[in-house]
Design a protein around this ligand. Structure first.
Ligand code: PGA
Length: 252
């Protein structure tokens, strides 16, 4: 089964609105005419509507980095899936390790956010990954299995057709350390078979599984060549359009 490759940029808490629009516009020009891979950038929620508007006629899609799981209410400082959708996003990153680590997001909370995202007709990118200590203790698969099964608990098979999974070992994010080809291959294969056991072989075959953690122009090709890797979630190297386009054009 062929899955459309997907390269996504997570801009984290970088760039003001005008700066985000400038980079997004540059990137959109560089991406003109590209069909594969599918391309997405996730600016801050403040920049999102500006970016979405600026590049609406380009192939580059827009995503959010986070949401609140309620539709609306007295939740000061928060933004809902409907609001994100109305701002022009198609995807939402959920459960990024920085959300789990610094904002106390649990798998239960991740699951609520997945459901809110699906409920709004948006596409979730469920981010999972083990810490260095968990890997050293031999708990990698225990952690990943829990993050996937608890994060998707109660979701119906029919709802998950647009699910994207992003495996990001926490120890490889922003550190310059990339997981080895063998480590990534093993984990991705494991995750695909887990989706098969939890849902169906068909869903497992269709779901795109991205790798994230210090992906850069120099290593993207080797990562994309790994079986069961369908794309990349890129942090630092996605902030510069000239650098990110080299990742997007990994096949040239
Ligand atoms: P990085 O971040 O590419 O800067 O390591 C990846 C991510 O956090 O999604």
């Amino acid at each position: 089964m062929s899955r459309r490759p997907f390269i996504a940029g997570n801009w984290k808490m970088y760039k003001t609105g005008p700066q985000a629009v400038e980079t997004a516009t540059d990137l959109a020009k560089l991406c003109s005419g590209i069909n594969d891979p599918e391309i997405m950038i996730a600016p801050t929620n403040l920049s999102l509507p500006l970016v979405a508007q600026a590049i609406k006629s380009s192939v580059v899609k827009v995503g959010a980095q986070n949401l609140h799981f309620q539709r609306e209410g007295a939740f000061t400082g928060e933004v809902s899936a409907d609001m994100i959708k109305a701002a022009g996003a198609e995807y939402i990153l959920i459960g990024h390790s920085e959300r789990r680590q610094y904002f106390g997001e649990t798998d239960t909370c991740v699951c609520q956010k997945i459901k809110a995202t699906l409920g709004a007709g948006l596409k979730p990118v469920l981010c999972i990954g083990e810490t260095e200590a968990q890997r050293d203790e031999g708990k990698t698969y225990f952690i990943l299995d829990k993050q996937v099964s608890d994060g998707l608990k109660g979701c119906g098979l029919g709802e998950l057709s647009d699910l994207v999974l992003a495996y990001e070992p926490v120890w490889a994010i922003g550190t310059g350390k990339t997981a080895s080809i063998d480590q990534v291959g093993e984990v991705h294969q494991h995750l695909r078979s887990l989706l098969g056991r939890l849902f169906s072989k068909d869903l497992a075959d269709r779901t795109r599984i991205l790798y994230g953690g210090s992906v850069k122009p120099e290593n993207v090709k080797d990562i994309m060549d790994i079986e069961d890797v369908d794309g990349a979630l890129v942090g630092g190297a996605s902030l510069d359009a000239d650098k990110f386009i080299k990742i997007i054009k990994y096949n040239e």
